[in-house]
Design a protein around this ligand. Structure first.
Ligand SMILES: [Zn+2]
Length: 271
């Protein structure tokens, strides 16, 4: 008996060693990207990239559009609910710092963009790049919004010179706190193919906005970057969808065992 027990122990040890070796040979994939995987699923569409290469369908309409109750010109205006609430908070914070902001343009449907594009074509006889082709405007996401100060809201057009105003500087410094990024940064014109638009805020959510603005990224850089992180994780044997499910799982319910014995719940303070 003693001998066979020893052999059982040796076999168990061998199995353990084999398992350890297997674990070493195929280390579990590790999520090392600076943002949590749970933020990058894009189930709500907050990270959707729209540009000349990645167009939205003509029938794409964002979910949960709500009217904006904010100072504005050329309204009425709409954004997706979450972005609208955060924009209102941004306007409040700006007001507390002494800055008056106005919404100039917000959600635009494919059809509205098409009308603007056709009007521009007719007026100038060619596509001069100023008005985005229908399907390629960030405004169709319901997450893009143009915000100006009083002086600029009364002007006919918008130019990068708005970036020199105190309001634009405030927005660039503070937008991420409310989940917005400056979608078209001055130093990213070559990457985005769009001029510096200090007025165009794009909602992506607070955590992502903080990361994107801290690292001065365009969406054209950020989106491929996080997609590559997901691809690398899966190439290393990880299951991204499973990782997100785990992160989003509600915390386990902790059952408190009933106290046994008597008098446990009575606390007497000794004199
Ligand atoms: Zn815009």
């Amino acid at each position: 008996m003693g001998k066979s027990r020893r052999w059982t122990g040796a076999a168990a040890l061998a199995l353990l060693l084999a398992a350890a070796a297997a674990a070493l040979a195929a280390p579990a994939a590790e999520w090392t990207y600076p943002l949590s995987a749970a933020l990058l699923e894009n189930r709500n569409g907050n990270l959707t990239l729209v540009n000349r290469e990645e167009a939205l369908d003509a029938d794409f309409t964002p979910k949960n559009l709500v009217p904006l109750q904010l100072p504005s010109v050329s309204g009425p205006h709409e954004l997706r609910r979450e972005a609208a609430a955060e924009l209102a908070a941004l306007f409040d914070a700006a007001a507390k710092d002494g800055f008056e902001l106005f919404v100039k343009s917000s959600y635009r449907s494919y059809q509205t963009q098409n009308t603007m594009y056709q009007n521009r074509l007719e007026r100038y006889g060619r596509d001069d790049g100023v008005v985005a082709r229908p399907g390629t405007s960030d405004h169709q996401t319901g997450l893009g919004v143009d915000v100006l100060n009083r002086e600029w809201s009364l002007k006919d057009g918008m130019t990068p010179a708005f970036g020199d105003t105190a309001e634009a500087r405030w927005m660039e410094a503070n937008c991420a706190r409310f989940g917005f990024i400056i979608r078209y940064l001055s130093e990213k014109q070559q990457v985005t193919g769009i001029i510096y638009e200090p007025w165009h805020l794009r909602y992506v959510g607070r955590d992502v906005a903080a990361y994107v603005m801290e690292n001065r990224l365009s969406m054209e850089e950020f989106v491929p970057e996080y997609r590559a992180a997901i691809a690398a994780y899966e190439a290393a044997g990880g299951d991204f969808a499973e990782l997100v499910r785990t992160l989003n799982a509600p915390p386990p319910v902790v059952e408190i065992a009933p106290e046994d014995g008597e008098g446990d719940t009575e606390v007497s303070i000794g004199s």
